[in-house]
Design a protein around this ligand. Structure first.
Ligand code: B1M
Length: 239
């Protein structure tokens, strides 16, 4: 960013210009600017949910597209994600107060034997940005840990990450345990990580393979609207 941008007084921008500037600042990973801009919009009596969707989520959507297309790379995207987190930190308690509609809940963790967490963290952040509640159980998770967390948090989606060819088969151990416990159909299982592919996901009985964080968000949104659609259809049928 040039000097000129650094000197920009965000408070002098009108609402549209400020939101546009926030998209640029998210793209550039400028956490302090995002913090300031969110506070300015709150002072202007914007609803927290509008700030989340119109400024932050839309900004991250643009980041996600350029990440997918190889224009942005991991370090830049992590900075964008951290900037988004800076904004979300301010909005989180306010959103809880105003009861903004939640998209659904995802439990996510890297499987046993695997300590890679950068991709998982990105998925968690993008999912949060898209309005999902995310419970992140970290790295190196044995099946017992997944089961305990599922029981405690009752997520709509279980996301598993694996970056090693030696740890990816462990995803099947977790899915088999869900079947064994009779709770497989209660939860959508999404899997991701560099060595995985569609065929692998299918072979272990996962519901979806997510190539990247943007895909995880898209798939989760589609899945939730399908679920809500079938719930309304069932209600209509029973009425
Ligand atoms: Co590791 N490592 N590593 N490593 N490491 C890889 C994975 C490797 C491919 C490197 C290589 O050899 N070319 C290789 C695996 C080979 C294989 O199995 N075929 C490897 C190896 C061998 C190892 C060790 C065994 C090395 C050693 O000790 N001899 C060791 C294993 C440790 C362990 O886990 N037990 C190891 C250790 C490490 C570090 C600790 C040094 C570090 C991890 C740091 C950390 O995560 N905090 C590390 C790193 C950084 C990598 C590479 C270089 C980068 C991984 C990364 O963060 N990518 C990696 C090489 C590579 O992948 N090109 C490599 C960026 C990230 C944004 O992408 O994680 O793919 P990714 O996530 C994407 C998608 O995959 C998807 O969305 C993400 C965002 O778009 N996604 C999901 C991921 N998880 C998802 C979950 C979902 C949905 C989508 O749920 C719904």
């Amino acid at each position: 960013m040039g000097e000129q941008e650094n000197d920009l007084d965000l408070a002098t921008l009108n609402d549209d210009e400020l939101v546009q500037q926030m998209h640029d600042d998210l793209y550039d990973g400028l956490a302090e600017e995002i913090d300031t801009a969110v506070r300015i919009l709150l002072d202007r009596e914007w609803q927290p949910y509008d700030i989340l969707t119109k400024a932050l989520v839309e900004g991250m959507r643009i980041v996600g597209v350029d990440f997918r297309d190889g224009i942005l790379f991991v370090p830049e995207v992590l900075m964008s994600a951290n900037s988004m987190k800076a904004g979300m930190k301010i909005l989180k308690p306010l959103l809880a107060e105003t009861g903004a509609p939640k998209m659904g809940k995802m439990l996510i963790g890297t499987v046993k034997g695997d300590i890679h967490d950068i991709g998982k963290n990105l998925v968690a952040m993008m999912m949060e940005g898209a309005g999902f509640d995310v419970v992140d159980i970290g790295i190196n998770n044995p099946v017992e840990k997944y089961l305990e967390a599922i029981e405690e948090h009752q997520p709509d989606i279980l996301g598993m990450s694996a970056l090693l060819t030696t740890t990816m088969p462990y995803m099947k151990v977790v899915i088999d345990a869900l079947v064994e416990k009779g709770i497989r159909s209660d939860i959508e299982v999404f899997v991701g990580g560099a060595p995985l592919n569609e065929a692998f996901a299918e072979s272990i009985g996962a519901d979806a393979y997510c190539r990247d964080a943007a895909m995880a968000v898209e798939t989760a949104k589609e899945m939730m609207s399908r679920r809500q659609g079938s719930a309304s259809a069932a209600m209509a049928g029973s009425g």
